[in-house]
Design a protein around this ligand. Structure first.
Ligand SMILES: *[C@@H]1O[C@H](CO)[C@@H](O)[C@H](O)[C@H]1NC(C)=O
Ligand SMILES: *[C@@H]1O[C@H](CO)[C@@H](O)[C@H](O)[C@H]1NC(C)=O
Ligand SMILES: *[C@@H]1O[C@H](CO)[C@@H](O)[C@H](O)[C@H]1NC(C)=O
Ligand SMILES: *[C@@H]1O[C@H](CO)[C@@H](O)[C@H](O)[C@H]1NC(C)=O
Ligand SMILES: *[C@@H]1O[C@H](CO)[C@@H](O)[C@H](O)[C@H]1NC(C)=O
Ligand SMILES: *[C@@H]1O[C@H](CO)[C@@H](O)[C@H](O)[C@H]1NC(C)=O
Ligand SMILES: *[C@@H]1O[C@H](CO)[C@@H](O)[C@H](O)[C@H]1NC(C)=O
Ligand SMILES: *[C@@H]1O[C@H](CO)[C@@H](O)[C@H](O)[C@H]1NC(C)=O
Ligand SMILES: *[C@@H]1O[C@H](CO)[C@@H](O)[C@H](O)[C@H]1NC(C)=O
Ligand SMILES: *[C@@H]1O[C@H](CO)[C@@H](O)[C@H](O)[C@H]1NC(C)=O
Ligand SMILES: *[C@@H]1O[C@H](CO)[C@@H](O)[C@H](O)[C@H]1NC(C)=O
Ligand SMILES: *[C@@H]1O[C@H](CO)[C@@H](O)[C@H](O)[C@H]1NC(C)=O
Length: 399
């Protein structure tokens, strides 16, 4: 008995000793205290250049091998403008960011995509518990507006959620409540929130009045436009409404689950299948209106698209704007401009860019609204509008 006690304590001693000599302190902390400021300059120690031209200055990092979350300043290309963002990076065994030439940071949230900041901008976690992003010229471009809410600190969680927590460790503000164009595993998209894609692959600005993904009392809707909102894809739910709380869609391992009428832990009202995750996934509403899921493939060191969720229902031509403004889409995204089949045969549109027909068509004679008496509707034959739920009540050929 005594012998085994000695044996165990000896082993423990060895283990502690081993641990303290090899484990280094984390390269950055996942938690920050109040009254901390970070300036978007070389003063931030965790600055890295990636070979695709993107650069990060990490502020908080939850590293420990493989794909992990970091938050900080992000830029790409000329780097004249920066986002305060959460991004996925590869980390090594001591928690540092790595793989600069193979896996490039994936931005999954940002605070200021409509107001990028310059070199020298400051993120200020104030003594009063508010997080403020100030551009180099001193303009406040973003704030969490949490002064007076007993904030105790800032935590970047394992799930990639940036949380201002209070003295009782409850979340006072969290990035999951302000989604941009992505959802992370476990994250909920609540009614009243929306995913909005960026303008393009290279411009992070949020699209204005184009695509969005939203939860309503009736289901999950992918919309185009804003006035009126028109659904180009929808998952409607029917049944008894037992939900007195907030309705949401939740990105889970294996599905995007709708809890519109029912409440967790009961079964969701509807499941949109997502391949089960072997590694980290993220879901993103793309600039062209596709809702895609990407998964990290460690053996090939790439992010793979594992699902294009609307593809079960939509062909390429069913996506609004597949052929740009006024474009007509046929077959496998063959784009053309509307032509009249009636006589006299007059062309009203021409391609905006001859080489890139998917950029749409422009009017040869711009319409104005003050000459309505001179205007008539012309029928286009054999053309379908994408919208199945168009709010076009009261509109007909004679309007
Ligand atoms: C935050 O404050 C706590 C308690 O005062 C301290 O233990 C911890 O080291 C601080 N963290 C940082 C990142 O300064
Ligand atoms: C990143 O590249 C910029 C521009 O070439 C350079 O000024 C900066 O020092 C580099 N940073 C790191 C961490 O290598
Ligand atoms: C960064 O920009 C380069 C070209 O400017 C582009 O090839 C690359 O995909 C961009 N990276 C991201 C993550 O957008
Ligand atoms: C991990 O990466 C950091 C840079 O982010 C580097 O300083 C550190 O030496 C690396 N650690 C190991 C064990 O490779
Ligand atoms: C951070 O905010 C506090 C309170 O608003 C202010 O007093 C302080 O000067 C700010 N720090 C920086 C570096 O701007
Ligand atoms: C901040 O919150 C207060 C009260 O909660 C509200 O009146 C104010 O409009 C908010 N300001 C911003 C910029 O959101
Ligand atoms: C920070 O987040 C982690 C989850 O990733 C959690 O375990 C931890 O309790 C949180 N810390 C605080 C202080 O909220
Ligand atoms: C923290 O919890 C205590 C005890 O439950 C409560 O009295 C207090 O109001 C809470 N504080 C905040 C800021 O929620
Ligand atoms: C990005 O798009 C926005 C909105 O269309 C535009 O105002 C802005 O100039 C664009 N930025 C760049 C760098 O092209
Ligand atoms: C809905 O609720 C009513 C009354 O509680 C019940 O009679 C009916 O069978 C329920 N319908 C469904 C589809 O569960
Ligand atoms: C997702 O679920 C599958 C099946 O239960 C499991 O094997 C896998 O580890 C899960 N993935 C993650 C990332 O938790
Ligand atoms: C419509 O009204 C505007 C401003 O009142 C005027 O400049 C324009 O010429 C008018 N267009 C037509 C086609 O009458």
């Amino acid at each position: 008995m005594r012998a085994s006690c000695i044996y165990y304590s000896f082993a423990l001693f060895l283990f502690l000793n081993f641990y303290s000599t090899t484990a280094q302190p984390p390269l950055t902390n996942p938690i920050a205290n109040l009254s901390t400021t970070w300036s978007n300059t070389e003063s931030l120690p965790n600055s890295f250049n990636f070979t695709d031209g993107s650069r990060v200055r990490a502020i908080l990092l939850r590293g420990s091998l493989e794909t992990k979350f970091a938050c900080g300043f992000y830029c790409n290309g000329t780097c004249t403008s920066h986002l305060f963002a959460i991004f996925i990076v590869q980390t090594n065994s001591s928690g540092g960011i790595t793989e600069f030439s193979r896996d490039f940071p994936k931005v999954v949230w940002s605070a200021n995509r409509d107001h990028p900041v310059s070199y020298g901008a400051i993120l200020n976690l104030t003594a009063t518990g508010e997080m403020v992003l100030q551009d180099a010229d001193g303009t406040a471009v973003w704030t969490t507006n949490t002064t007076g809410k007993s904030v105790a600190g800032l935590n970047l969680t394992d799930d990639g959620n940036l949380v201002l927590f209070d003295i009782n460790n409850s979340a006072v503000w969290q990035s999951f409540d302000y989604p941009t164009d992505c959802l992370l595993p476990g994250q909920k998209l609540f009614q009243g929130q929306q995913l909005i894609p960026s303008v393009s692959w290279t411009n992070w600005t949020a699209q204005k009045d184009l695509f969005s993904l939203q939860v309503t009392n009736e289901g999950l809707f992918a919309y185009v436009g804003s006035n009126p909102l028109q659904a180009y894809n929808s998952y409607q739910v029917f049944g008894n409404d037992t939900n007195t709380g907030r309705r949401y869609a939740r990105f889970l391992n294996g599905s995007l689950s709708l809890f519109i009428l029912s409440v967790e832990p009961s079964e969701p009202d509807h499941l949109i299948d997502v391949p089960q995750a072997t590694h980290l996934q993220y879901m993103k509403l793309m600039p062209d209106g596709h809702l895609r899921v990407f998964e990290w493939q460690p053996n090939r060191s790439i992010w793979n698209m594992v699902a294009d969720l609307f593809d079960e229902y939509l062909e390429e031509c069913d996506y609004p704007m597949a052929c740009g403004r006024y474009g007509v889409c046929s077959g496998g995204q063959q784009c053309s401009c509307p032509v009249t089949t009636s006589t006299p045969k007059i062309d009203y549109f021409r391609q905006t860019n001859d080489r890139q027909p998917n950029q749409g068509c422009s009017e040869l004679t711009p319409l104005t609204c003050n000459a309505t008496e001179d205007q008539v509707f012309i029928e286009l034959e054999n053309v379908m509008y994408f919208s199945r739920f168009a709010d076009m009540k009261g509109v007909d050929k004679e309007t």
